[in-house]
Design a protein around this ligand. Sequence first.
Ligand code: IMP
Length: 422
Amino acid sequence: MPTTAILGLQWGDEGKGKLVDSLSAQQDFCVRFQGGGNAGHTVYPPGGKIVLHHLPTGVLHKDCINVMAQGMVADPFKLLDEINEVEVRGFKLAGRLKISDRCAVTTPMHLSLDAGREDGGSATKVGTTQRGIGPTYADRYDRIGVRMADLLDGTTLREALSRAVSVRACQMSVEPNVDAMLKPLREAGDKLRPYICDTALLLAEAMKEERRILFEGAQGAMLDVCQGTYPYVTSSHTTAAGIAAGSGLLLAPQDVIGVSKAYCTRVGDGPFPTELADAMGEKLRQKGGEFGATTGRPRRCGWIDLFALRYVCKISGVTRIAITKLDVLSAMGELNVGVGYKGWKEPGLPADIRQFTALQPEYKTLPGWDEDISKIRSLGELPATARSYLRFVEEYVGVPIGIISVGPEREASFFSEGAPKA
Ligand code: IMP
């Protein structure tokens, strides 16, 4: 049975949640393997919009088992709120949510550390979502982290918190109080107990039984802690390489669906060569509703960067691309697509952040279309110029466009077979 991955190809917010929602109806398992409450996957099940932060999007399909694997970080209080919100909407999670006992736990201390760094001015600021993600991952790799299993036992939890506090206290103006953190975290642990298990073992069994497994990425390839625009990245592995370590299995999904908007956005600090800091950027923001699902921050908007897209598709072994929000480009006049950077002759992207920041885009200008395409449900119905736009993307990147999305509704995505023909 094929395993599938859905990964972001830009700086997050590509519309992955909607695709996972569509595809997880046919899956046995939906697995989040990295990130945590920094993600904001917006989906529109019957009854209206839901934004998922920690929970895999498969929770909205009653036959799908949802795994928060060991590569994730979780804020237990926010996670419990989210579980409650989803259950109130009628999506019962008993027996369908499996949280890794090795998942890293975000404590109030991590939230303070994240906020403190962001308040430190341009020398330390990354523009994070302030969900404690960086400090939680840092503690994991510094071997002073708190893990889900620790929440289930008072003595283990006290030891884990004391260890972290003894190392981190010197970085904080007020020393975190272990006793104050202990009780609420233990209580959260008891509430989460029914869901906590060894998810690597669960997934290994599922693989052996050839169950259908969908790996749901969060953020995007350009925010990958190793591959992205470091240091303006998140703290996890967002490319396909993150799937194995994040789920605890040796595997490479057969179908890797890379998701890209028809244009590009970014939230937070860091370079964005094709950014439009002008009226066109503002038009994209308003028309595309480009405001963060987690923080509400206005997203920076710009043209699609095909050079970067081609690079990340290679790294992640993307087998087909899903282009989202194509409808937003209607009636925008001529459209630019980034096809390289002035004077940059390398096949890849620079690792040096100063070089990256200095990149100046080179564009190819393509004709636009005026028609409202939001009600279109097949490739052949698209205006010829929209099909040419897609064909240009596909040919430049060298990966077929398999899915096209023209609106937020579940039914507003359709499959295309191979190269879209104008
Ligand atoms: P952190 O993940 O909260 O530490 O934030 C690090 C960077 O990743 C910041 O630029 C955030 O804006 C960005 N980021 C984190 N999660 C998301 C997401 O789900 N969508 C878009 N950007 C994100």
